[in-house]
Design a protein around this ligand. Structure first.
Ligand code: NAD
Length: 494
């Protein structure tokens, strides 16, 4: 058996094993075999990381650095990241099963997020208030919060790191990142770039391990001022409870069951491409996956047979190979969830129009075919269950009202897609959809300039966009008495 690659955590500028030496294995989902060994952080390790971050925040080089200096460091980090995108992309591909062509492109594009926040570092401004008192000047300044705990899931980990630590560092905070137990390697390799970019020790720390004890110890730590969490709703409930221990501010980016609505007047080529990208891109392992599609009854049959035929042509296999279009699922749990949900959908009257199995030609790894399930009924369990896999529920509608009602009939509200050539209809429908992102005649587009986040069980708070840097600050109100007269007698009211 080949030797496992050994990784270490980054705490206070030093690469370190877990205090008790314990590790866990990271599995390559393409082979189903372990390929790396990752430290399992203890509570003490997490405590050391948070204390290091707190020290770096309160005193020393980082605390004294001007915003322009922070911007320069972030710009350097962005350039290093772009140069290293090929290597980071390969590691992420091996660790998660996401396609190399996607992970390396993503790693390169993520550099743009750091450039964006580098540019914003010295543009955070306070206000002068038009105060209702004579001889008084009142201003607000924006201050960083302190130690930010950034907890991420396995998918798009570098992207999630960028949208969290980009604004957090630009605003002057320090960070403890917690990688997912399913994929930590790319984040740890990214940590080497943090060092090379010249961030002082303790400004960015990376801990690895499981929710218990690592995630819990981090999110309950008394020195943590903000928790930026991305993951599933069940974990988010722990996070919110944990924040009762330290009153940390919390932002939650959770899952979704995003609807794509295709009207009868849509450009069908575009809508087919959009729906394929929305659910089969990244093997459906995307929080914004368009996992429910609503087709107008006039185009229902033709559209369904077209997507079923396209799904049949998707090349499934080794995610490192350039010709591959869909890799494996990252975890066995997701594969189980897909199999269980598709079996239940069959029992509840669903018809599998394509897929619904593990591919016959691949006998290792956690692969699942692109799967299309016709759902006669909106109340079927599969219609509102996030699987994090390549499984599309197909439903039908007659008119705009029915499409909107069904699209909104979910506990989630992260993203949605609308395909129509009628601009009035597109704008009417987007207004009525309860989701944080609406894509019209497109899907899965992101940018550092555009905010990202959900409604309902998809969480609260927003990431990316200029506002995010303000979310990592809080106002301080400064009152200045401009009068030469002595301050008035407190017992005489005027
Ligand atoms: P998860 O919720 O199981 O884990 C996320 C992180 O939380 C991991 O690092 C995990 O170790 C940590 N964690 C677990 N228990 C904890 C605890 N008690 N205290 C603190 N931390 C704890 O998520 P996952 O299964 O790895 O990822 C898939 C989920 O993430 C999906 O629901 C997906 O939609 C969501 N997601 C959302 C977005 C978004 O931006 N909205 C992006 C990517 C993924």
């Amino acid at each position: 058996m080949p030797e496992l690659k050994r990784y270490r955590m980054l705490i206070d500028g030093a690469w370190t094993d877990a205090g008790d030496g314990k590790t866990f294995e990271s599995v390559n989902p393409t082979t189903g075999r372990p390929w790396a060994e990752i430290p399992a952080a203890t509570e003490d390790d997490v405590d050391r990381a948070v204390r290091a971050a707190h020290r770096a925040f309160a005193e020393g080089e980082w605390a004294a650095m001007l915003p322009t200096g922070r911007g320069k460091l972030l710009r350097g980090l962005a350039d290093l990241l772009a140069d290293k995108s090929e290597d980071l992309g390969r590691t992420e591909c091996v660790d998660t099963g996401k396609m190399f062509k996607e992970t390396r492109w993503q790693a390169k594009y993520i550099a743009e997020f750091f450039h964006f926040y580098a540019g914003l570092a010295d543009k955070v401004v306070g206000e002068t208030l038009p105060i209702d008192k004579p001889d008084m000047m009142t201003v607000t300044t924006r201050e960083p919060l302190g130690v930010v705990a950034a907890v991420v899931p396995w998918n798009s980990q570098l992207f999630l790191v960028a949208v969290k630590i980009g604004p957090a560092l630009a605003a002057g905070n320090t960070v403890v990142l917690k990688a997912s137990e399913h994929a930590s390697a790319a984040m740890l390799e990214f940590g080497e770039l943090i060092e090379r970019a010249g961030f002082p020790p303790g400004v960015v720390n990376i801990v690895t391990g499981f929710g218990e004890p690592c995630g819990r110890a981090l999110t309950t730590h008394p020195l943590v001022a903000r928790i930026s969490f991305t993951g599933g709703p069940a974990t988010a409930r722990h996070i919110v409870r944990n924040s009762a221990e330290n009153f940390a501010e919390v932002s939650l980016e959770l899952g979704g069951k995003s609807p794509v609505i295709v009207f009868e007047d849509a450009d069908l080529e575009s809508a087919v491409n959009g729906s394929m990208a929305s659910i089969f891109g990244a093997s459906g392992q995307s929080c914004v996956a368009g996992s429910r599609i609503y087709l107008h009854e006039k185009i229902y049959d033709a559209f369904l047979s077209e997507i079923a035929s396209r799904a049949g042509k998707i090349v499934i296999g080794d995610p490192l190979a350039e010709e591959t279009q869909m890799g494996p699922l990252c975890t066995l749990g997701q594969l189980d969830a897909c199999e269980t949900q598709v079996a239940r959908a069959r029992e509840q009257g669903g018809a599998v129009r394509h897929g619904g199995r593990r591919p016959a030609h691949l006998n290792a790894g956690w692969f699942y075919e692109p799967t299309i399930v016709e759902c006669p009924d909106q109340t079927m369990e599969i219609v509102d269950t996030e699987m994090f896999g390549p499984v599309l529920s197909v439903l039908r509608f007659r008119d705009e009202d029915e499409a909107v009602r069904k699209a909104n009939d979910t506990r989630y509200g992260l993203a949605s897609g609308i395909f129509t050539r009628d601009i009035g209809r597109a704008l009417r429908v987007q207004k009525r959809i309860r989701s944080g992102i609406v894509w019209i005649n497109t899907y899965r587009v992101v940018s550092p300039i555009a905010e990202f986040g959900g409604f309902k069980d998809s969480g609260y708070g927003r990431e990316a966009g200029a506002q995010a840097i303000y979310d990592y600050t809080r106002p301080k109100t400064v009152w200045i008495n401009t009068s030469d007269a002595p301050m008035g007698n407190p017992f005489v009211m005027r």
